[in-house]
Design a protein around this ligand. Sequence first.
Ligand code: OXD
Ligand code: MN
Length: 593
Amino acid sequence: MALTNNKSILDWVNEKIDLVKPDEVMWIDGSEEQLDALRKEACETGEMTKLNEELLPGCYLHRTKPNDVARVEGRTFICTETKEQAGPTNNWEDPQVMYKKLYDIARDSYKGRTMYVIPYSMGPVGSKFSKVGIEITDSIYVVLNMSIMTRVGKAVLDCFGDENNDWVRGLHCKCDVDEEQRYICQFPQDNTIISVNSAYGGNVLLGKKCFALRIASYQGKNEGWQAEHMLILGVENPKGEVKYICAAFPSACGKTNLAMLVPPEGYKKKGYKVWCVGDDIAWIRKGADGRLYAINPENGFFGVAPGTNEKSNPNALASTKSGTIFTNVALNLDNNTVWWEGLDKNPPENAIEWKGQPWNGKESTEKGAHPNSRFTAPAKNCPCISKEFENPDGVPISAFVFGGRRAALTPLVYQSRDWNHGVFVGSIMASETTAAATGAVGVVRRDPMAMLPFCGYDMGDYWQHWIDIGETLDADKAPKIFNVNWFRKDEDGNFMWPGFGDNLRVLEWIIKRCEGEVEADETAIGYLPKAEDINLEGLEGEVTLDSLKSILDVDKELWKKETAGIEEFYGKFGKTLPAELKKELDTLKANLD
Ligand code: OXD
Ligand code: MN
């Protein structure tokens, strides 16, 4: 039975029923009974495997087709009226052409299947930050993942209203999971997402990248707020004061680890704590007091499993101990639990690898888990989840932090001179795809604000939006903007900074700067810490004042080369490149001469 009288929703659902022709239609009401029946059904059909109820209560394993294991940027499209609106960094197609192509693929594809209609809220139900979506899918896996990653069910529609048309349409059709016919399409001007021929995470959990970043970034531009690819964390000092930081990093830079950071022993003893509000996405708005506030629109973590362990991220690991869906990890047949590379040094001998074949982890040279295998874990499981996680008003942001993986060039941390310079710092973000063991610089991929694959419109206009937001903020209320690099290497290719929990030492400096408690040195690229101001207590033997000084240096010759790369990248944008950013680039060049 439909869970709403909202005509715009009912009309759209009926239209899609006519298109895809399901045998049955089921509205997801969010009840445990309904979800449990679906879990049972998925286990009966083999879509999921129930794991050891004692060791991993309420946990399941799912395997995708081997051709369907990651987001597909090459097949992701922004379909706006004109190509210019999508900008030079997105794939574009004319909406009419793309709708026709997608409808031809989707037509009759639910025959013999059930249509699940999922009402969901990105953000706490009823918060002024929050937005409603409806995802139609033919996959129980999607229903169960969406019910972890978002708030789903009747409660979402109960407070939505029958006349409200501000909701995001999402149609997902598994079809034959044919990679040649796979498309992940956003229609920002229609609040619509259509995803066909995939059944994997980021391509099909439409609330996440498709809505909360691509569509929402476009909504934010028009409505005066921001959707960012950022974690949100709170640092609590021994006096019990909590300061919040939003941070953006490209994939494979340890975002989930930073979001759930465990303080070094010395800090713990003093009473420092780190609280996780979110690990991937932040929706940001100005509050009544003139400061910027952020919420995490999600309700769970869709984290990369390999490398997650008791040392690297005990909080993430603890989050996966109940109510979690694992995708493409290895199944340990001896105790019906899961395993992945980097979990521990004890791979199971009697196991099934991620593609479903028998696997002996002690002997096989093949991987047990796919490198992009995932856990979908409820946020409430996280031992360090912030008590503000459900706060409908969000948390006040003290600092924005940008970062990337650079073996050389970028210092451990620096602060922008002001807001527009901070936007420049975000716009020149880049990360090395692979960093060779010799310390040679890898291939640099520009990924402004870590939004390159996720911005739903022209990135030049997106930068302008950042600049416009800054203009509405009083200087004393605006978050300060920083850049960090945990990945500097010495000549022998060794990392020079320990990372993980010790990154709190850098966050402490950042917060002190926000509070005006510490001086800094002005350099060509911005404000750098005086080495003595980064607390190294307890790091003896790992980092000396001298080695710290060398990860804080600014090599003008390297930076001059970098400006050439920035100029080339900026050249793609033509007239949407904000004049303010061009000016910042000129200032940097002048500072380096
Ligand atoms: C993610 C990503 O999965 O950014 O969060 O790729
Ligand atoms: Mn992400």
